[in-house]
Every structure is written in structure tokens, then in C-alpha cells.
Design a protein around this ligand. Structure first.
Ligand SMILES: *Cc1c(COP(=O)(O)O)cnc(C)c1O
Length: 496
């Protein structure tokens, strides 16, 4: 087995183990940790196709987390992918509309973030033990709505950790918000900020890179880590389900040997689609990676022009988990595509910070040939939800609708008929107002909680356990703060 190490995309000296990378979250130079090389698949696909989700998860993660021993990793996997998921399949694949919807939302918080955040706390705890860390780990997280709840749920009452979540107080759905502010656990803290997701993410990144503040934490027996997809421990578990869904198609005779698939991913911070790219690097036969954006279409522009320009108004859309203008994980992609050119990464990230934009040369545009970028307008998202339902009674959420809508454009554009997997990232019950509105006349007097029942009645679907009676749960977190006072809030929480 080849040992895999991790290093920063921005050139910081030295390589570290996966445990260290998971604990640190982000490099001190501001870069993201990436594997120094990609492991390859050393079993035939027909062998892998016999594995269930947990077995495959072990096979893939073991290749990246090489300093974890078998028992440690198995324990993490078994604690993560258990009855918390509403289906023992963990990630079911549903054939519909001539494509395959990979349902990643059957976990405890109804969004795909559970796929990684149900395991990250265990990886962190194990890593911390391996490294003899006695400090309390403070998970600092910015969320556009789904990561926050998934992190809270994953870390609640995990010994030796505290989890602090910042969310844009006006940028999440009513149900997302209620899921977070009713979170139990003495070690959980939830704060709404007057600002958008990018403000929250930038604020969190600044705290991570504040050397003095980190020193102060250290003196008080704390250290920061991250539950955002900047943490490599979040990214790698996401590679698993791309293999899993491909192998299922292979096993069921839907794919021929070596036949390539397309993967469509509704994208925000570029983590989920990057995991698909990592899968491709490991040998998954992928034709196109289709990056689907909502009206915050920075990535669409980048893939089509080579110019990344965040200088625009952030729009609040019906797919709030993708309302992002700074897609952090693009940095990891560029690092790979540029053959590990950390100087280039430093330059573009510096430009992004100072000028709000960067570009790659026309020559380097060929790097992006495996990607297709598209975006969907709000009305297209609503029409797509309705069309899919009318033709098949299948209900998709707004994020998945962005993906499907872009996939339709891709097909019109290219006439490519490759089999296609669509990452279905959230339960329709998490975005009930928009989904119900798309399907039926919506009475604006009904609140989001009443609409949960309406949606269940209308579609005949069962309400997922995770949000049953959510409106009656006690509100335990009721704080908001200015985006400039994140640091003082953290100090107050930690009493330092
Ligand atoms: C987080 C999220 C996305 C975006 O995923 P990224 O990894 O940030 O690109 C899409 N859909 C849903 C429902 C999400 O929660």
C-alpha cells in the first residue's frame, strides 16, 4: 500500500499525515490540504461491485487515510453509516427521466452533507487520539444552511469537542434555520450573522489564520478545526458514493465494461464536484463533470471564459445552499490541473482577495475540458420540479432541480447520450415552500411547517423523521451578531 501524505495548495513547506491534515483543517498559509498523489484502484470493478456501502467506504478511505489502522477506520465507518440513515443502502440510485438520481439525502439532516459529516467527528476524534492531542477541538463552521445542521448533529455531545456554527440569518430556509436553532447538546453553539454566506466563510477563514488568536486558544487548551469542505476529512468520504453508484450501474448491467458516465453536481463551494473529480483521478470512468450553478453563476462564467469574478451582488435564490460567490474548493482543482503549481495558486488567490477576480490564460483553458458549466434561472428551477413531477411523480428539491435543468441544457448543447448520474443533494422536505410552490398553488399564509404536511399530502410521500414535529421543538439558540464581531463571539463562547 502506498502511503499518502498531504500538503498545502499554497506551497507551505513539508508534508503531513492524514490525521494531521484532518485536525488542522486548513494550512497556516491559507492553503487547503491535498493528497500528494492519488491512490489507484487495485481490484477489478466486478470485485468492488460486490461491496456494500460500508465495505466500499473502507476500501476507498483506507487508500487516503493511510495512517489510520484498519480497526480505527472501521470503527469510524460503522459509527457513521448506521441507522441514522433512513435506508440501509445509504445512497440509493433512482432511475428517472433517462438519468440516475443519486439520492444523498437520507441521513439525519436531509442533505448530502450527512454523507461526510456523519463520519468526520469520528475521524477527528481518532486522529486526535493518534496524535496525543489533549486540547479541546473547537469546530468552527460557516454554513449556507446544510453544513451547519449536519456538523451540529455530527458533533453534538462528542467528547473533547465544541462546535460553533455561523449562518447567514436571512439566507437559509425556515426549516434549515429551525433545524439548527433547536439543536441539542451542551457543546453546540449557533449564531446567525447579519451578512451572507461569503461573509461567514471569510470570517471563519480569518479566524483560522489569525496567528495571535490561535496562540491564545492554545494557551487556553483549545484548538480550531473545520467541518467545512476545506477539511480533507470531509472531502474524501464523498468520493465513495460516486464509485458506489457507478458500480451499482455496472452490477445491474446498465453499463458496459469501461463505459464512461457523466456526473452532474449542483455546486456551491465546489466540494461535492471535486470529490467526483478525485474519483476520476482514481480511475472512475468519467466522461464529463457537469457543474450546475444557480443564478450565482461565477463557476459557469469561469468554466466558459477562464475568468473568475466575484464582484457581483450575491442573489438569494430558492437553492440557498448554493448561494456562494467564493467557491473554496476550486483552489484544489486548479492545483491539480496546473500540475501542483503553488506559485500560480498563491497569485490567483491573492488576486481574488485583493481585486475580487482572477483569470487563467487562454492556453490553460484546456485544463477545463473535462468540465461543462451551466446554470439555471429561478423560473427554470420551478418549472423543472413541476415537469419532473408531472411526468413521473418523482419529487426533487430545488438544488437537484438546478442540476437536472443544467443537464437538459447540456444534452441539447452536446447531444451526448452517455449515462448520467445526477447528485440529488437535498430532500424536497427541506425546501418545502419552494417545492410546494412549484407543484401547486401555494397559499402564502401557510408557514413552512404547515407546508411540510401539505407537501406530504399532495405527493403521498412520508414526512422524514428528521423533521417531524420540528415546529414544536424548543428553540435553544437565539443569537445573531454583526459579521465583524465573530471573533468576540467566539471569545465569549470559549470564555477567553
Ligand atoms: C452544500 C450543498 C450544495 C453544494 O455543495 P458544494 O459541495 O458546496 O458544492 C448543493 N446542494 C445542497 C443541498 C447542499 O447542501
Amino acid at each position: 500500500m502506498t502511503e499518502i501524505f498531504y500538503k498545502s495548495t499554497r506551497g507551505e513547506n513539508g508534508i503531513i499525515t492524514s490525521s494531521e491534515a484532518i485536525i488542522k483543517g486548513i494550512a497556516i498559509d491559507g492553503g487547503l490540504y491535498v493528497p500528494t498523489s492519488f491512490p489507484s484502484i487495485d481490484l477489478p470493478f466486478y470485485e468492488l461491485a460486490k461491496m456494500d456501502y460500508k465495505e466500499l467506504a473502507f476500501y476507498i478511505m483506507k487508500k487516503y487515510f493511510t495512517d489510520f489502522d484498519d480497526r480505527e477506520l472501521l470503527e469510524c465507518i460503522n459509527s457513521a453509516y448506521d441507522e441514522k440513515f433512513e435506508t440501509s443502502e445509504i445512497a440509493p440510485l433512482v432511475e428517472n427521466q433517462g438519468a440516475y438520481f443519486l439520492e444523498l439525502y437520507h441521513g439525519p439532516t436531509l442533505a448530502f452533507k450527512d454523507m461526510a459529516l456523519s463520519i468526520l467527528p469520528h475521524l477527528l476524534k481518532t486522529a486526535s487520539k493518534k496524535l496525543n492531542i489533549t486540547k479541546e477541538i473547537v469546530i468552527l463552521t460557516a454554513t449556507s444552511g446544510d453544513t451547519g445542521k449536519a456538523a451540529l448533529e455530527g458533533f453534538a455531545n462528542v467528547e473533547g469537542t465544541k462546535v460553533i456554527v455561523f449562518y447567514p440569518s436571512k439566507g437559509v430556509s425556515e426549516i434549515q434555520k429551525r433545524q439548527m436553532i433547536t439543536q441539542k447538546g451542551d457543546n453546540t453553539f449557533v449564531i446567525g450573522i447579519e451578512g451572507n454566506f461569503d461573509d461567514a466563510q471569510s470570517g471563519v477563514k480569518e479566524l483560522f489564520n489569525d496567528i495571535q488568536f490561535n496562540r491564545k486558544l492554545y494557551e487556553n487548551n483549545y484548538m480550531f478545526s473545520s467541518a467545512n469542505s476545506i477539511n480533507i476529512g470531509r472531502l474524501i468520504p464523498q468520493v465513495v458514493y460516486y464509485f458506489y453508484s457507478y458500480l451499482k450501474l455496472l452490477r445491474n448491467g446498465k453499463l458496459k465494461k469501461d463505459e464512461k458516465i457523466n456526473i452532474v453536481v449542483p455546486t456551491g463551494n465546489f466540494g461535492n464536484i471535486l470529490a467526483a473529480f478525485y474519483a476520476k483521478k482514481m480511475g472512475l470512468p468519467v466522461n464529463k463533470l457537469i457543474c450546475a450553478s444557480n443564478e450565482n453563476n461565477v463557476l459557469y462564467d469561469f468554466i466558459n471564459t477562464g475568468i473568475y469574478d466575484r464582484r457581483r451582488e450575491l442573489k438569494l435564490t430558492s437553492s440557498p445552499s448554493m448561494d456562494i460567490l467564493i467557491s473554496s474548493n476550486l483552489e484544489r482543482l486548479l492545483y491539480e490541473l496546473s500540475s501542483h503549481d503553488d506559485e500560480l495558486i498563491r497569485n490567483v488567490m491573492e488576486n481574488l482577495k485583493k481585486e475580487g477576480r482572477y483569470e487563467i490564460t487562454q492556453e490553460n483553458m484546456k485544463w477545463l475540458k473535462d468540465f461543462y458549466g451551466g446554470f439555471a434561472y429561478e423560473n427554470e428551477i420551478f418549472d423543472t420540479i413541476k415537469d419532473v413531477y408531472d411526468s413521473s411523480k418523482y419529487v426533487i428539491d430545488t438544488h437537484t432541480a438546478v442540476a437536472y435543468s443544467v443537464y437538459k441544457k447540456y444534452k441539447e448543447d452536446t447531444r451526448d447520450n452517455s449515462k448520467t448520474i445526477i447528485a440529488s443533494t437535498a430532500s424536497p422536505f427541506k425546501f418545502t415552500r419552494s417545492v410546494y410552490k412549484a407543484l401547486n398553488e401555494c397559499d402564502d399564509n401557510l408557514n413552512d411547517f404547515e407546508l411540510i404536511n401539505k407537501l406530504a399530502e399532495f405527493t403521498g410521500l412520508d414526512i422524514p423523521n428528521a423533521i417531524k414535529d420540528i415546529e414544536n421543538r424548543e428553540i435553544l439558540h437565539n443569537y445573531t451578531c454583526n459579521k465583524d464581531s465573530m471573533k468576540s463571539i467566539v471569545k465569549k463562547i470559549l470564555k477567553i
